[in-house]
Design a protein. Structure first.
Length: 123
């Protein structure tokens, strides 16, 4: 069926893997807060910890993972490291994700969650 569609194209395995890894990292609420703060400008771990309402050690661990995934970058100044969002792609990912969250059909989502949570009921 799809072969009859003009310009039908699937992403390659590496693209799929890297995109899935980025989405996996974005699935944590603290990381979303950290990234959103970094989209406003460069920041330190201490400031990000306060903004995300998280411990500095936890924020530091989140930042290490986000940096390895290429979502944030760090700039060393003396003994401090200041972080920023890696590029405009990060802004678009978060903006679209938050926009989607604002437009989810919440009643349908809640009924789906209740259906799964109720024993003996099939979803």
């Amino acid at each position: 069926m799809h072969t009859s569609l003009p310009d039908f194209d699937m992403p390659n395995e590496e693209q799929v893997h890297l995109a899935a890894e980025s989405f996996r990292l974005l699935s944590d609420p603290t990381r979303i807060k950290i990234l959103w703060a970094l989209l406003q400008g460069e920041s330190s771990v201490a400031c990000l910890a306060e903004l995300a309402d998280a411990a500095p050690t936890a924020v530091s661990q989140h930042l290490a993972k986000l940096r390895l995934a290429g979502l944030v970058k760090g700039r060393r100044e003396g003994t401090f490291v200041y972080y920023s969002a890696a590029d405009e792609h990060v802004r678009r990912l978060l903006t679209e994700g938050l926009y989607h969250a604002d437009h989810i059909d919440r009643p349908a989502l809640e009924s789906d969650q209740h259906a799964v949570a109720e024993p003996g009921r099939t979803a």
